[in-house]
Design a binder for this molecule. Structure first.
Ligand code: NAD
Ligand code: ZN
Length: 359
């Protein structure tokens, strides 16, 4: 079966295009309606704060993403939004921030129209009702969350996204000026998320011309950004993130992401750094990609930190393996239909021991 997949309905791209957000939202505003802005609290004391077109009717919530989004946080935010005007739904939910904030915006827009807890919908196509109109505005590039059909959440049992056609943003605002102030390490880790999406897609068994076309352009842009640099690097990284996201939308990620999910679930390791730690140990599976990744690390003087991964016990390692092995499509993409023979549990344990420096 071929996937008939949904994409973002509208994009605006260009330096300074954030200024048009007010006009974009005006088209969606209804009589006595309101908008909800979920904004990364890193911007609380910055000039961006005064550029957000919040009207007197609207609700602005500063979200904290020190920890990656949980189903609990999404449920609390949804409750807060529902309570704002006696259960009236907002005309739109706008997420301004990195992958975490965009995922929060997607998830809240879905949970406003779907009953129960967001944990009930972790999986594929479990969402029944269309979301409230929702807008994604990245301030950090690489995850591809701006184009994907998932909102990744850690729940009581698993780290798994709300994957559905309704999850996809209705509008995305891509303004390269917004990613200018990202601290170096974070810029690298999130950028490498995109690079790794491309490597995993381009070397996977699910590869097809659609994914290849997007993946090849995205990886080329990553190489320009992280090996050459230049004044338009932010524009390029923003486009790489978008195209890397499109590439995996029609293929899949692979071993690195499966392992990174285990690190995130058990020890809360953030996606970007978790991917880098895992990818660093995967030369056997992605030889060219890992060697180039090492050149990029060298150029940007990145030393990977294992903060948060101290004294991981054997039970925790087993849980990491459980979480990683739950993600069948990722392994199948990487290794083929007979992946279970090629990747027995002991082999996954060895990879984790390597990542944790216990090998
Ligand atoms: P993030 O959103 O978690 O943010 C990382 C840090 O950067 C935070 O401290 C944040 O406050 C800060 N930050 C964001 N923008 C900034 C700016 N312009 N200047 C300074 N600091 C800024 O990071 P991320 O790597 O973009 O996203 C990771 C999250 O995305 C994870 O939760 C992961 O699960 C999710 N993800 C989602 C998808 C998807 O398709 N939905 C894909 C990959 C990853
Ligand atoms: Zn990723």
């Amino acid at each position: 079966m071929f996937r008939n997949f949904k994409t973002v309905s509208r994009f605006i791209f260009g330096r300074g295009c954030f200024a048009q957000l007010s006009d974009i939202l005006a088209e969606q505003r209804k009589d006595r309606g309101f908008m909800v802005f979920l904004v990364d609290d890193v911007f609380m004391e910055t000039p961006l704060k005064d550029r957000i077109p919040v009207s007197t009717e609207d609700l602005l919530i500063w979200v904290n993403v020190d920890h990656e989004p949980t189903t609990r946080y999404v449920d609390d935010l949804t409750h807060q939004v529902k309570g704002f005007k006696d259960d009236h739904l907002p005309d739109g939910v706008i997420g301004i921030g990195g992958g975490s904030t965009m995922d929060l915006a997607k998830a809240v827009s879905l949970m406003l129209t779907n009953p129960g807890s967001s944990a009930d919908y972790q999986g594929w196509d479990l969402i029944k009702n269309p979301a409230v109109f929702h807008v994604g505005i990245p301030t950090l590039s690489g995850t591809g969350a701006e184009v994907s059909r998932t909102a990744v959440l850690s729940g009581p049992e698993k780290k798994l996204g709300l994957n559905s056609d309704y999850t996809v943003f209705d509008q995305v605002v891509l303004d390269p000026e917004l990613i200018a102030g990202v601290p170096g390490n974070q810029h690298f880790y999130t950028g490498m998320d995109c690079y790794i999406h491309c490597v995993e897609s381009l070397t996977g068994t699910y590869l097809n011309a659609f994914s290849q076309a997007h993946g090849e352009k995205a990886i080329q842009l990553c190489q320009e950004v992280f090996l050459e640099g230049g004044p338009d690097s932010d524009d390029k990284l923003m486009m790489a993130s978008y195209m890397g996201g499109m590439s995996i939308a029609y293929s899949q990620v692979g071993i690195c992401h499966a392992l990174s999910y285990g690190l995130a679930f058990v020890r809360g390791i953030h996606h970007g750094i978790g991917n880098c730690l895992a990818f660093d140990c995967l030369e056997e599976y992605y030889p060219e990609g890992v060697r180039e990744f090492h050149r990029m690390m060298e150029k940007h003087r990145i030393v990977l930190s294992r903060k948060g991964l101290e004294n991981v016990g054997s039970e925790e390692v087993e849980k990491m393996i459980d979480v990683a092995l739950m993600l069948d499509p990722l392994w199948e993409n990487a290794l083929g239909a007979d992946w279970k023979q090629k990747m027995p549990r002991e082999k996954v344990r060895e990879l984790y021991e390597d990542i944790l420096g216990q090998g």
